[in-house]
Write a protein of this length. Sequence first.
Length: 336
Amino acid sequence: MVRAVIVRTWGSTPREAGADMVMDQAGGLHGTVGGGCGEAEVYEMAQELLDDPPATGALLHVDLTEDPEEGGGKVCGGRFDVLLHKLRPETELALVQQALDWAEQGRSGEWITDFGESEPGFWKQGLLKLEVCPRVELQALSNPEVRLTEESGSFRFVEPVGLARKLVIVGAGHIARPLCTMAAEAGYLVMVLDDRQEYARREFFPAAFRVESGPYQELLPALAQGALTSVVLVTRGHRHDQDCLRLIAGNDLEYIGMIGSRRRVDAVFGELVEEGLSLQALHRVCAPIGLEIGAQTPAEIAVCILAQMIKLRRMGEQDKRTARERKRNTRSLRLR
């Protein structure tokens, strides 16, 4: 099979560095580097590698800056370089198995591909592709970022493996079910918690990584840890949400969201401030939860929650509505 991974981008591109896809021996695709005409070029290059037994890899430049009036479909306006690597049982199978074993053990590492002296950006010299002979190794994780490095004139593309974004859904009710399914499709390892055994059932959450039943104060603290972890509080009552928020509001998490009306949220925040919880910690909580899209049904509410999680992750800023309301609400709390 051939793995293709984006190693550098310029301008507006459909996917970022680290996005990848695999083409199997039968021509089937798994994953994507953006779709459309650009991906078609990558597919053709991967097929060439499969049809050429001695070939081991290539760098391919994809140019999406074509004038849209020409009708070619390349309308994104950017460029990206793709590293294609033929993964063969005799050379890479052991490393792939090791990476899978690490992931199952919860151990993180770095998948490092050395592709020699062929610097991304070679298209500036009028070339569209270069033959390379990639070499891979697996090391302990030193940096969670996807990155391109140069060492002694050799270029290395480094990708974390075994790292995964986690979503802890606290409360296994109607919203939790569609949110679990959608978040799993978006790449999250989803864990669902509920203190009611009849709700925390595996058959209700087939896409979940874990489904646990028990007291929230016993289950939640250990799971709500790490900068790649998100927590969504959608329990059956605001007292449970408040108890859970008290446990995790000060943690360094990627996202914390709590269901509830403005009035209910203000009441919860007011009590927590009176207990001594810092306003700075509450500023980070997205409540009322989700982007404002007029959602009504459980599935629609799940969409707006996941959309907000993705927005914060990709854009690095809170939804303006939520940030503005939190500032207003916490300012009023100071005056009480």
